[in-house]
Design a protein around this ligand. Sequence first.
Ligand code: F6P
Length: 345
Amino acid sequence: MHKRIGILTSGGDCPGLNAVIRAVVRRAALSNTSVLGIKNGWRGLIEGDVEPLNRSSVTGILPRGGTILGTSRTSPTKDAETTDAILHNWRHFELTGLIAVGGEGTLKGAFEMWQKHNLPLLGVPKTIDNDLSGTDRTFGFDTAVSVVVDAIDRLHSTAESHHRVMVVEVMGRHTGWIAAYGGIAGGADVVLVPEHPFHISRVCAQLSKRQEQGRLFSIIVVAEDAHPATDEDFLSDEARSTIYQHDRLGGIGTLLAREIEMRLNVETRVTKLGYVQRGGSPTAYDRILATRFGIKAFEMVEAGEWGRMVSLQGTSITSVSLEEAIREVKYLDEIIFRLVDIFAG
Ligand code: F6P
C-alpha cells in the first residue's frame, strides 16, 4: 500500500523547523512515501489546508528560519467539532500517519489524538526554551542562545563606555535555560532565572561590590519569568499582573532596571530581546539536530512507532513515549545554575 504521511509545525516558530521538514521529505522520497504538508499547525487539518511536499518544495529551506508550512497555536482537542473536522480530513486525505513538530502544547494535542482517537501520530520536539522533558535538547535553543550571546557582546560596548548597568531580558517561558546559557557564554555579571526567585538587595549588593572593585559597568540577564522573592517583592499588583500573564510574559527587565537605578543611583538601561531570539537562520548545531530528528521521525513512521517523541539522549537520537515527554516541564539544571552563581558579581 502506498503511504502518505502528513507533517505539521505548530506553536511558536523556531529556527530548525524547515530543516526537519526537509529531512522528512528527502528521507520519505527514498522509501516511496508521499508527504503532505499541513498548513498552519492543526488549523490546516481542521480546514483542509494542505500542500503536497516534494524535493523541489524543500530546496533551499535548510538555512531559513520560521516554517514554510506556517504555524498557529490551535489545539486539536479544543472542542468536539474541531476534533471531528480533523478526523474527517484525516480520512479525506488518506493519511497513514502524521508527524507533529512542536513544543509542549503541540505534543499534548498529539498525545490526546493518538490516545483517544487512535490516530497514528508521533512528535518531534521543538522550542527555543529547551523546557521539554524526555529530550536533552530541543532544536532552536542553540540559535536563541547565540542571539543572546551576540547581544551581550554588543551591549558590553555601551555598558563599558558609559559605565552603565545593562539589563537584558530574554525568553524561556517558565524556565531559565536561555538566560543561564546565554549569561554564562556572554560573561554576564548577574543572571536571574525563574527557578530561583531573586533578592533585589542581593543583586544591588553584587553591583555595588563590582563598583567598589573598579568595575564600573555590569550586565544583568533576566529571564522573562524571573520573580523577586516574596519577602522583597518590589512589584505592584498591577505590574505583577502585566508581567506574568500566562500566555504573554515580559516586562520584568524594565521594572528591575527602574528599581536598581532608584536604589543605587546608577544609570541603568534595558534591552528586551523578544522575538529576535526566535528569528533568523539556525546555527549549524540546530540544523544538524533538526535534520537528525527529521530522519529519525521518518524511520519511526516506517517502524510504526506511534505515540512517541523523537529524543536526543547524550549524543544518540532515540525516542520516548509522548506521555513521558509531556509529563513535566524540564527546569534548569541545578549544576548549570551553580555555574552561573560562581561567576556572579
Ligand atoms: O516558547 C517559545 C516562546 O518564544 C517563549 O520563550 C515565549 O514566552 C513565548 O514563546 C512567546 O509566545 P508568543 O509567540 O505567543 O508571543
